[in-house]
Design a protein around this ligand. Structure first.
Ligand SMILES: [Fe+2]
Ligand SMILES: [Fe+2]
Length: 168
């Protein structure tokens, strides 16, 4: 089935990503509440980081430039990019941390807060303005979808836990 039939427009596609990642963060909270093993938490945290990285990249490559051209609000778009940069720093921190680190869960939860603040701003300002603009939100769906699939495919495979590279 064509991606254009799955999603009404670009906003619909991007907000589906937001809802999915919000669910993953809540799953992460569930793992913490259950005292799940650090490797389970790590696998989920890395999936969240990967999904967020792909999402930010398709926004920055395709959606943001088209919306910026259509809504004439550069400060709003600059603010969104600043928030992406902040999230990327937190993502890099998590990717470089051991899940046994005492601040691992708090760092993931902090990323959740940062992301949800950003998502609210996208929903209430950028998406709203985009839908009232001349940006071709429907026409963007196949490109967003294809780029997302390509980035997901090219993501480096995660190494199994505890398997350190042996050098001799
Ligand atoms: Fe964003
Ligand atoms: Fe987004």
């Amino acid at each position: 089935m064509s991606a254009t039939l799955f999603y009404e427009d670009a906003v619909d596609l991007l907000d589906a990503d937001h809802k999915l990642v919000q669910k993953l963060f809540l799953d992460y909270q569930g793992l913490c509440d259950d005292g799940a093993p650090s490797e389970d938490r790590r696998q989920l945290a890395l999936k969240i980081c990967q999904d967020l990285s792909v999402h930010a990249q398709i926004e920055e490559e395709i959606f943001y430039p088209a919306v910026r051209a259509a809504i004439d609000d550069d400060p709003l778009m600059e603010e969104a990019l600043r928030e992406h940069a902040e999230a990327k720093k937190a993502i890099a921190r998590i990717q470089g941390m051991a899940p046994t680190d005492a601040s691992y869960d708090d760092t993931v939860k902090q990323l959740f807060t940062t992301i949800m603040d950003h998502v609210m701003e996208e929903r209430e300002q950028i998406f709203l303005k985009a839908r009232y603009s001349t940006a071709d939100l429907r026409g963007m769906v196949p490109e967003l979808y294809a780029r997302k699939k390509a980035l997901q495919k090219s993501a480096p495979a995660r190494k199994p836990a505890g398997k350190k590279k042996v050098t001799s």
